[in-house]
Each structure stands twice: as structure tokens, then as C-alpha cells.
Design a protein around this ligand. Structure first.
Ligand code: DAH
Length: 340
């Protein structure tokens, strides 16, 4: 009687466990059959009413049934666990072949494109690249360059003063003095960088712009060296057909001084809207380093001579790409920048 009861419990439990649909159902089956108040446990509690011969036999059968059901439950639990794991893995799958989110690629600013070209040109001629502070002493920016207090050249460079002696440099020329102070000839450098002038912003003026200074000091340097050097620059920048023209000019720190024009690369010198009918476009100032400037840099003008030049970077980039408004360089408008 008890045996057949055991057998039918065992069978019913095995079927239900096999068809359980999740862990929760499995757990409630476990409680229903094997728990303290479970069906199998209830059977074992009836064992007291059995004969001494029957008791061990039924006891063994009951224990076997218990073990059997426990194993079934464990197996089923295992199956649910691995199903859950697979489902989780499937949910986390990464398709490495899926196209990514595009990252728009930037590129060099037009000022940097041309500056890098200029650097390459001069590095090719044996120059190195130097730099100096943008917050500068009056001494280096003006005085050591033969521009004492009250000199009219100061009026043409409206200056941002920080104190009476400290200012935002108005030109890259102070790097000349700083470099001569710390280096002996032969000197061949360019010094690009930001310069500042208290100018109102318009199409051709900005309180911040860029210059590239050049300085060569050695024995026997002449104006011929200056001309050849700048001609090489002009041809590389604006094309091999480009000619240059030196016009007499005045700078306090060079003697003699000149302004340098390049033949208009649009009309070849005929005269057009680009060169305003001149055939020439002014690109820089230059000259032979003034003896007093050499002396201020600790160099003996009896032994050494040199030439210097200063180019406005914006000016040559505007000429090169026919840009008519300097403000475009600083506005960070992608529609403008992406054209280069
Ligand atoms: N520093 C000058 C300026 O800002 C440009 C210049 C002219 C630099 C002649 C030079 C030079 O080195 O020799 O207007």
C-alpha cells in the first residue's frame, strides 16, 4: 500500500519536475514533495505504522525516491541556469561588423597649413625654429630694437601695456635680441608666433595676428643673401614664376631697410583686382640688421653682419587662398575651415 503510494508520488513528481517551466516552479515542486510538509516527507512519517520487516524496505525505497527527485531537481536547475546564461550572452552580443558612429575628422587650420609650409622651406635652407614670450618687456619689444620711448615708430604699433615696462609683444622682432643674447653666430632662425596690437577688428585688422620673424647673422652676410633667401621663399610659396621686388623703406632696427613685394600670382604682373592694378603684392619687411641691434644682442658688428625680415602670416595666407576678410581665420566657422 505505502509502496504503491511512494511509486505514484515518485512518478507524478518526476513528470512535474520534467515539465517545470522555470526556477520558481521548480522550487515550489521541491517544497511540495521534499519540503518539511511535503508529500514524500508525509509518507516517511507514516512509517511508524509499518511492521519491522517492511520498515527498512520502505525506508530504503523512500530514500531512493528522495535522492532520485533531488537529482532530477538539480539537473533541471542546471538546465535553467545554462538557459538563462545563454539568454544573457545573446542579449550582450556585440556585432563587430556593424558600422560605428562616424567621428568627423578635423584637419589643419589654413594658418597652420601655410606656417608649416614656411617652416619646411626654411628648415630646408638650414634654419631652425625659435620662439619667445608673448608677454614681453618693453626693452626687447622696442628699446633694444632702436625704438626708445617717444620714438614715432611706437605710435604705429598701438600696444597693449600690462605695466609701463611689460606689454603684449607687437611684433616677433624681440626674438631677434633674445636669440642673439643666448647664441653665437652663425645664426639662422625663423621665429613664428602671435603678436598683439590694440586695433579695432575689421577685414584687415585684428588685435591678435601672427608674424614670422627671420634672422641670419654670420660673417660677410649681405643684402644679396637676403634677396636670394626671400626669392626662394616667394617661389616656393607662390609658384616658381614669382618674382620679388625690394623697395626702400624704413625700420628702426634695420639699415638699409626694404619692403618686399611679390609679382601678382594671379595676373603675373599685368595688374588685376587682386593686386589692385599694381602687378605687385607687398608681403614683408626686411633689411640688414642695424649695427646697434647686433650690439644689443651682444654681437660685434665689426665682425658680423646679418639680415632680418618679418612676414605677416595672415597676409600671405590671404594672398595664397584669395581670402578677403581676416576675421574668417578666427571665427571657427566649419563652412569656411572645411574648404582647406
Ligand atoms: N617687425 C616689423 C613689423 O612688425 C616687421 C619687420 C620689418 C621685421 C623688418 C623685421 C625686419 O625683422 O627686418 O612691422
Amino acid at each position: 500500500m505505502i509502496k504503491s503510494q511512494l511509486e505514484s508520488i515518485r512518478q507524478a513528481a518526476a513528470e512535474k519536475i520534467a515539465s517545470a517551466e522555470d526556477r520558481a516552479e521548480l522550487e515550489s515542486l521541491r517544497v511540495a514533495y521534499l519540503g518539511k510538509k511535503g508529500e514524500l516527507t508525509a509518507i516517511l512519517k507514516q512509517m511508524g505504522g509499518l511492521s519491522a520487516e517492511e520498515r527498512p524496505v520502505v525506508g530504503q525505497l523512500a530514500n531512493e525516491a528522495r535522492t532520485y527527485l533531488e537529482e532530477l531537481i538539480a539537473l533541471s536547475l542546471q538546465r535553467f541556469k545554462s538557459l538563462e546564461k545563454n539568454a544573457r550572452l545573446a542579449g550582450e552580443t556585440i556585432d563587430v561588423t556593424m558600422p560605428g558612429t562616424p567621428v568627423p575628422r578635423g584637419h589643419k587650420h589654413p594658418l597652420s597649413i601655410v606656417l608649416d609650409e614656411v617652416k619646411e622651406i626654411f628648415l630646408g635652407m638650414g634654419f631652425s625654429v625659435a620662439s619667445g614670450p608673448e608677454v614681453e618687456l618693453d626693452y626687447y619689444n622696442f628699446e633694444a630694437l632702436n625704438i626708445p620711448p617717444g620714438h614715432p615708430a611706437r605710435d604705429t604699433q598701438d600696444t597693449f601695456y600690462i605695466t609701463e615696462n611689460i606689454l603684449l609683444r607687437t611684433q616677433t622682432s624681440p626674438v631677434q635680441i633674445r636669440y642673439m643674447e643666448s647664441h653665437k653666430p652663425p645664426i639662422r632662425i625663423i621665429a613664428p608666433g602671435r603678436v598683439y596690437r590694440s586695433d579695432a577688428v575689421d577685414a584687415t585688422h585684428s588685435p591678435l595676428f601672427h608674424q614670422i620673424e627671420g634672422l641670419v647673422v654670420d660673417r660677410g652676410i649681405t643684402m644679396g643673401d637676403l634677396k636670394a633667401c626671400l626669392e626662394a621663399l616667394a617661389k616656393e610659396l607662390f609658384g616658381q614664376a614669382t618674382k620679388i621686388r625690394l623697395r626702400p623703406h624704413h625700420f628702426p632696427f634695420t639699415e638699409p631697410s626694404c619692403e618686399v613685394d611679390v609679382s601678382c600670382f594671379r595676373c603675373g604682373g599685368e595688374g588685376c583686382s587682386m593686386c589692385k592694378g599694381e602687378g605687385w603684392i607687398e608681403i614683408l619687411g626686411a633689411g640688414m640688421v642695424h649695427p646697434q641691434v647686433l650690439r644689443n644682442g651682444g654681437i660685434d658688428p665689426g665682425e658680423f653682419s646679418g639680415f632680418a625680415f618679418g612676414v605677416g602670416l595672415e597676409r600671405i595666407v590671404m594672398a595664397r587662398y584669395r581670402i578677403d576678410d581676416l576675421r574668417l581665420f578666427y571665427e571657427n566657422d566649419i563652412r569656411f575651415l572645411s574648404q582647406f
